[in-house]
Write a protein that binds this ligand. Sequence first.
Ligand SMILES: [Zn+2]
Length: 179
Amino acid sequence: MIEDILKYNAQFVAEKKYEKYATTGQPTRKLAVLSCMDTRLTELLPKAMGLRNGDAKFIKVAGGTMLSPYDSVIRSLLVAVYELGCEEIMVVHHSDCGLCHLEAQHFIDLMKQRGVSDEALAEASKHVDLENYLSGFEDIEEDVRRIVTAIQHHPLMPRQFVVRGFMIDSYTGELSEVK
Ligand SMILES: [Zn+2]
């Protein structure tokens, strides 16, 4: 797959297909979007929101969720707000997300099947609480509310900016606000 991509890339550049994507690093719509890495959303999410290349900062992680108030998700949002001028943040979870009901024990079983030893798991446990680290969320809308609140009240966020939470339908792209 990677070899195919490299071949395609050489052609893409040679044919100057990049020209229509030219933009600056500053988001023109002053917007940051936190969402899931789900492949159903790769094109659907920006298209359904009317966002084009250069319009917004997309922060995409498994589940579109944050693990702690100082994880890389929040760090990225801080960069988006202070360094890149974002004035609004949308937290967008999606229907049928794989992170919903993900269980740490199931995850650990899969790791063991792929050769991860008990010693390696014990070593990892010194750095993170594996139960928390490898679990998803039980209630998607509740997780949206939790993240919106955490961003709103984050000590390093400015006092005035907009953050709102949404669900997007993974098939139709319909957005609905989570209040
Ligand atoms: Zn997801």
